[in-house]
Ligand binder design. Structure first.
Ligand SMILES: [Zn+2]
Length: 315
């Protein structure tokens, strides 16, 4: 079992690293080309991502997260406003600043805390989800039910970014070139405070960071360290961290994950896997992975079809 798990993780590593390493740095355009209409939207083999990516507004339905983080959708999503006193949304061309209203409220709250505790002007918000959630044409497998959000590890600048800056600016790499630790020139005590504030939110289920960041948090966290349990190493989080909320109370269609267990996750044995040479420097696959259409509409929960076909919510 263990070696099968390791093999699966290694496979995920190759796929995820190749898919997401550049992701945080993918630049956008202030004038993106709209997607062309689909020749056959009812083709049962069509990837559901093609359908969800073409919905520019949420479904006019009561709010509901349906399915699981990597296989689902959301009705009645709310848009994160692109500017607040303590946040700005990046890469507006992606139209992925939609999420469950509880997540939008959490991000706003967290941005105030980042300002107060870490002295940051605020936070830069990356991808949340599409207006109706679901799989996306690029990037993540998760972020499908409006409960995942990427926050840049670069503090918000003290001025309002232009549309161009939001598409072109790159986040700062937090990991040392040898990938064994953080870069102390850029990873500051403020980062620890922002991550701690996020993890201490009771509704946050887990947070993904690069393993070197987890290692640094383990070394540097003082006082109450129980929040470290929610911080998990994962691929593709050198420039941003990923907040995942638990299913909101009463959302019976939402399939969450079991709570984190196993303590702080700071023992050498907890982290050893992530610093193996084969993980830090994964071998490219012998054969390039076959292009995939991804999951189809039929493979999503049945209720997602109604979400897709519902009229646009008025904004
Ligand atoms: Zn993410």
């Amino acid at each position: 079992m263990k070696s099968r798990l390791a093999a699966t993780l290694a496979l995920i590593a190759v796929v995820v690293v190749s898919a997401t390493a550049a992701l945080a740095q993918d630049k956008g355009s202030v004038d993106p080309t709209p997607l062309p209409p689909l020749a056959n939207p009812n083709d049962p083999k069509l990837g559901a991502k093609e359908l969800f990516a073409r919905k520019l507004l949420p479904a006019a339905m009561p709010t509901r997260s349906i399915g699981s983080y990597a296989r689902g959708c959301i009705a009645g999503a709310e848009q994160m406003p692109i500017n607040g006193d303590t946040w700005q949304v990046m890469r507006l061309s992606r139209n992925r600043n939609w999420g469950h209203p509880d997540l939008i409220a959490l991000l706003k709250r967290l941005s105030v805390k980042a300002h107060k505790d870490a002295g940051w002007p605020g936070i830069l918000v990356g991808d949340i989800g599409q207006p109706r959630g679901g799989p996306a044409l690029s990037g993540h497998a998760s972020h499908q039910i409006g409960l995942d959000a990427d926050i840049w590890l670069t503090p918000m600048p003290d001025h309002m970014l232009s549309r161009e800056e939001r598409e072109e600016t790159s986040a700062v790499m937090m990991v040392r070139p040898d990938r064994l630790d953080i870069d102390p020139q850029v990873f500051t005590p403020g980062h620890l405070m922002v991550l701690r504030d996020a993890a201490q939110e009771p509704s946050v289920q887990r947070i993904f960071v690069n393993a070197a960041i987890k290692k640094a948090l383990c070394r540097e966290a003082k006082g109450d360290r129980s929040w470290l349990e929610k911080i998990r190493p994962w691929w593709g989080h050198d420039y941003h961290f990923h907040i995942r909320m638990a299913c909101p109370p009463g959302s019976s269609d939402c399939k969450g994950q079991s709570p984190q267990s196993g303590g702080e996750g700071c023992k050498p044995a907890d982290l050893a896997y992530w610093f193996k040479d084969s993980i830090i420097h994964p071998q490219p696959p012998k054969e390039p992975p076959k292009p995939s259409h991804g999951i189809t509409l039929a493979q999503l929960p049945a209720a997602c079809k109604a979400v897709l076909n519902a009229p646009d919510a008025r904004q």
